[in-house]
Design a protein around this ligand. Structure first.
Ligand code: FPP
Length: 226
């Protein structure tokens, strides 16, 4: 059945756990890395759709604090894809999209983000800072537990630790609560993603792997928050 485009009546925050790149590739007898490449291409397509649907904030789980244990070649490939994504400044500017990043601070003892990725992230943030449309946040070297420990430690240095103090010390305190959390590829789990920010959010699970998460899928997720 053709899907009806959904234009939410208010600006919403959609957060995506982009799962299933590897399975998408396996089914086609392709290397896993091809699945990630297609996943990055699909993200670029989805950003265009989300802008058309008037989504206010799109946040995606690009690389977790746990993902460093993957085979070295796969990690290198995913790092390269982040460089590519953060290099899409012309597209982002054409769409009036502001890109930002959240994750373990680059100077924290556990952080492992290579300098070339740090540079790409900083440059894209700077070069899209003036855009006033959708905010695209890429979670890279991100884990909710690490974020909450970081927030609690900082809050404790400032005074009594209450909810407001934790909120003020999240990596991106200005990011609004998640309205709908998406997970692709049939996994009915949330993992270590935005546990604080998604309290109370709707959850949209789909069997489709991330490279196939298209406009109809986004519309189905947005129906939950219209
Ligand atoms: C899940 O697929 C995806 C990831 C581990 C993260 C990488 C995501 C991308 C490359 C897509 C978006 C690109 C950027 C640059 C943000 P999986 O390997 O866990 O798939 P599987 O569960 O089928 O093995």
């Amino acid at each position: 059945m053709p899907s009806q485009p959904v234009a939410p009546s208010r600006m919403v925050h959609v957060a995506c756990i982009m799962d299933g790149n590897g399975r998408w590739a396996n089914r086609r007898n392709l290397p896993r890395t091809e699945g990630h490449t297609e996943g990055e291409e699909n993200l670029a397509r989805l950003v265009r759709v989300a802008v058309k649907r008037n989504v206010g904030w799109l946040t995606v789980f690009g690389f977790s604090t746990e993902n460093w244990v993957r085979p070295r070649g796969e990690v290198r490939h995913i790092l390269g894809l982040h460089k590519k994504l953060f290099g899409r400044v012309a597209e982002l500017n054409e769409l009036n999209v502001r890109i930002q990043w959240m994750g373990r601070p680059f100077d924290s003892p556990e952080a492992r983000t290579p300098k070339y990725v740090q540079r790409a992230i900083r440059k894209a943030i700077r070069d899209t800072a003036g855009n006033t449309g959708m905010v695209l946040t890429v979670a890279f070297d991100y884990g909710s537990h690490a974020e909450l420990v970081h927030a609690a430690q900082r809050a404790a240095q400032q005074g009594p630790v209450d909810e407001a103090a934790i909120e003020r010390n999240l990596y991106l305190p200005e990011l609004p609560r998640v309205d709908v959390l998406v997970r692709t590829s049939g996994e009915l789990r949330i993992s270590n993603f935005m546990l604080w920010q998604s309290a109370g959010s709707e959850v949209y699970f789909t069997e489709k792997p991330w490279p196939e998460f298209d406009a109809a899928e986004l519309d189905a997720a947005l129906l939950l928050v219209r």
